[in-house]
Structure formats: structure tokens, C-alpha cells
Design a protein around this ligand. Structure first.
Ligand code: SPD
Length: 370
């Protein structure tokens, strides 16, 4: 119950709100979808390595359709693809602040909740959130944090994660040149802002400029900006410190482990003590979808308790599906870096749509990388 309050409070502080009505003929079409209907193959546009292939196979077998998957590595890479309208994606997985942007731009449709009865399985903490106050356009998929993956070669076993490992050249000098940062304007400008003590959602250009200078000042310590392979590069030893998403690290540690080797002895993931980004990725149906009923059925399928747990057991991200909890691996449920306790949660901040200021974040990040 405390977690519900903390999540609601963390989002309430954002002050973000959805607008736009997203109306179209597609909404009428979707309104006619009934539970379990399919109206064509599903073109799924998702983050890479973000769904258990067995779930996809099971959906295809259960509903007699094919799921065609395409991938992106940031909200900012996905958005222009949907804006261009050239693709007929049926389902997309935008994060919180991007849902606001997409609904305001009329890029996603109001969902037909009658076709998604498993919505009742959602943890109430993940309903009515500011990025989609009336749960009109999106359904939560997974949630997690953006923190630091590291090798125990460069920090002691009891190290309390801190952004200083990235920003303070005096700390662990041997990590220099072996750091990766997310190739993501909001996430990476966000950690610099957080380290400076500012909000990750600042719209103060002076604060953003300071963050640019901070990142430019440590650029020689950064090996690459990457959102796709940061976890593998850490495990393979190419890097020793990586800014990235919690579950991707754990999936890589798990994959690298076998009967004779435990990667968790060599690598860790931490949520920095200064605070970090928390996020909710969601499912939404683009206005250009041509199989809206299949998309609704897929959402309902993933909200099934066992399917929701399979998603989490594969991704190592926390589930917004309360009914899935009995089926989630106990080690995942008990891991405080996956399900942070309230005192850690209080240090997290969700990204919010900053409106026209989004461009300032992209420009700032381009300046850092140039
Ligand atoms: N491998 C998929 C990871 C998806 C992470 N999404 C995080 C978005 C945070 N802004």
C-alpha cells in the first residue's frame, strides 16, 4: 500500500497531464472490437529484447495470427517513425512522458477497455498516472529504473552506487575510457541534472547548460553512447561502468551465468544514492494501426496473470500486473533493485513531457555528443 502512495506521489509531482482527444475512424473501428477478436497480423514496434519469444509464439498459436516485430532503442527514435505515419504498426511501447506527447499529437487512439477485461489485473498504483490520467490511451507494460551497472573490478562489493563514478574523475580513475552512457537525450541529460542536484524535468535553460558542460567535461571518460548493447559490453569487459536500464543488466548477468560461473559475483547494478530515473513503459495503439482488434487482444493477453509474470521473468523488470505476482520468480520479487523499497523509491523521479522544451533536451544532447 505504501508503494501505491509513493508511486502516485512521485507522478503527482510531475504535474504532467494528457490532452488531445486522439479521435479518428480507427477509434470507431476499435470500439467494435470484442474480447479475443483478431483482425489481422500484429505489427509490434517495441524496444529490443523486451518480450519473451515464447509469449509471442503462444499468442500466434492461440489466435492464429503472425506477430511481426520491429525494434527501437529510444522514445526519440520511435516517435518520428509514428509521426511519419508511413508504418502500419498496430502496437507500440512508449514510455510515460512519450504517451503524453503521442496522445497530445493525436498519434495514438483511445482504447476500447471493454475488449481488455484483464485491465482489472493491474496494480491500482499503475492506473490514473499523470501521463495518461484517465487511462485512456495506454496500458502499463513493465516498469524499472535507470542506474549503473558495474564490474566489481572497479568498486568494492559493498559500494553504494553513485553517479560520482561517472562524473568525478578522482573516483576510480581506472574506469576512464571504459564508461558507456545511454544514447538517450532525456535519460543522459537527466543523470547530469540529477548529479548537479536539479530536476530531470527542468525547463531552466541555465540548468540544462550546466548539465551540458558537465557531460562535455567528462567525455574523454566515455567510451560510447549506447542503449542497445550496454549490458553485453559490460559483461564482455569492454566497459567497466554502464549507465543503463535495470532489467537489461540482470538479463545479461543471467545469460552469462551457468553451472560453473556466476556473473553476479563479478557484476552488479545499483540505483545511485543521489537519485535516478524511474519509468513506466506502456502499450498504445497508433492511429495508423490496421489490426486494432488484434492489438487489443494482445494487450489483454499480456495482462493475463501468467503471461504478465512470463514477461517479468524474461525481462527482469517489475510488473504493473498485480495478479501476476504469484507467478513471478521469488528472487525477482525480492530483489530491491527491481522492486525498490519505499526509501529508495523516494529518490526516484519520472520523466515528464516538457512540451516545447523537449527540443532543448535533444539539442543539448547533440551538443554533448558532437
Ligand atoms: N530492453 C528494453 C529496455 C526498455 C527500457 N525502456 C526504458 C525507457 C526509459 N526512458
Amino acid at each position: 500500500m505504501r508503494r501505491i502512495l509513493v508511486i502516485a506521489l512521485a507522478f503527482a509531482l510531475l504535474g504532467a497531464a494528457c490532452g488531445g482527444d486522439g479521435n479518428s475512424e480507427l477509434v470507431d473501428l476499435a470500439a467494435a472490437c470484442e474480447v479475443g477478436d483478431v483482425d489481422g497480423d500484429l505489427d509490434l514496434y517495441n524496444w529490443s529484447e523486451y518480450i519473451d519469444p515464447d509469449l509471442v509464439t503462444a499468442f500466434e498459436a492461440d489466435f492464429g495470427v503472425t506477430v511481426n516485430e520491429s525494434f527501437y532503442d529510444s522514445n526519440e527514435a520511435m516517435l518520428p517513425q509514428i509521426e511519419s505515419g508511413g508504418n502500419d504498426y498496430d502496437l507500440v511501447v512508449p514510455s510515460d512522458y512519450t504517451v503524453t506527447i503521442m496522445s497530445e499529437e493525436g498519434l495514438i487512439i483511445a482504447l476500447n477497455k471493454d475488449a481488455i477485461p484483464n485491465l482489472s489485473n493491474l496494480d491500482p498504483a499503475f492506473t490514473g498516472l499523470p501521463y495518461d490520467e484517465n487511462d485512456e490511451y495506454s496500458v502499463p507494460y513493465q516498469w524499472g529504473t535507470s542506474g549503473i551497472g558495474y564490474s566489481y573490478d572497479v568498486v568494492p562489493e559493498d559500494w553504494e552506487a553513485s553517479w560520482e563514478i561517472i562524473f568525478d574523475p578522482g573516483f576510480a580513475p581506472d574506469v576512464s575510457g571504459r564508461i558507456s552512457l545511454l544514447n538517450d537525450p532525456r535519460e543522459t541529460m537527466g543523470i547530469a541534472l540529477k548529479y548537479l542536484g536539479y530536476s530531470i524535468n527542468t525547463t531552466d535553460q541555465a540548468e540544462l547548460d550546466e548539465a551540458v558542460e558537465l557531460l562535455k567535461g567528462i567525455k574523454d571518460r566515455v567510451k560510447l553512447f549506447d542503449s542497445d548493447q550496454f549490458e553485453d559490453l559490460l559483461v564482455s569487459g569492454e566497459t567497466t561502468v554502464a549507465h543503463g536500464w535495470s532489467g537489461d543488466f540482470f538479463a545479461a548477468f543471467d545469460e552469462a551465468s551457468d553451472d560453473t560461473y556466476d556473473a553476479y559475483e563479478d557484476f552488479g547494478y545499483g540505483i545511485p544514492k543521489e537519485g535516478a530515473v524511474a519509468w513506466v513503459d506502456t502499450m498504445a495503439i497508433p492511429i495508423t494501426a490496421d489490426a486494432p482488434c488484434t492489438a487489443h487482444t494482445f494487450i489483454n493477453f499480456l495482462l493475463d496473470p501468467e503471461n504478465g509474470a512470463a514477461l517479468t521473468n524474461f525481462n527482469f523488470y517489475a510488473s504493473p500486473n498485480a495478479a501476476s505476482e504469484p507467478f513471478v520468480d521469488p528472487e525477482i520479487l525480492e530483489d530491491e533493485t527491481i522492486y525498490p523499497p519505499d526509501e529508495v523509491f523516494e529518490r526516484l523521479e519520472f520523466l515528464a513531457d516538457t512540451g516545447d522544451f523537449e527540443t532543448n533536451y535533444s539539442d543539448a544532447f547533440n551538443e554533448v555528443k558532437s
